[in-house]
Design a protein around this ligand. Sequence first.
Ligand SMILES: [Ca+2]
Ligand SMILES: [Ca+2]
Length: 182
Amino acid sequence: MKAVIVFAMLCGSVQGAVIQTAVNPANGHTYHLLAPYETNVNSWDAIRAEAFSLGGDLTSIQDAAEDAWIYSTFGPTALAAEPASNIKSLLIGMNDISTPWSWIDGAPVTYTNWVPTEPHSSVGDGEDYGGILLNFWEPGKWHDLRFESGDVVYAVVEVPEPSTLVMACFAFSGIAIVWRRR
Ligand SMILES: [Ca+2]
Ligand SMILES: [Ca+2]
């Protein structure tokens, strides 16, 4: 019984930072949408630490299909979430902190979806983080954003394999439902 309670707490603690989880049928990867971060309070490193704790990292987008799936799956949740902001973005795993725009997992940049005038900054000038626009400019397109701006970002974490903890939590929910029905 004690083990069950501990396990339930473990599932609960993960969901504390995660506001939505979905598996992309195209690649089998698990994606989490994290609770909002205000960029004047939270750092890029702090957000990545949260992603690492979930067994993944900020998403690396390989093609138009993955981009469209992420936007349609998580955009509505982020738009509806508090706090309200005129500038909301989904934070993705691309930056030009010290090199030209590159994915943090080292994947080649084969696909991008920038607003035509973006990214308009240079390497390491502050506007160094890629985001998918949600409620301003051209929603669905990408822009480069800066931390300390006060923008609200919703990080999209990609876990290469279906997360074992998430699957275990699903299994646990199933057991709990079956147990309740008895
Ligand atoms: Ca990916
Ligand atoms: Ca830049």
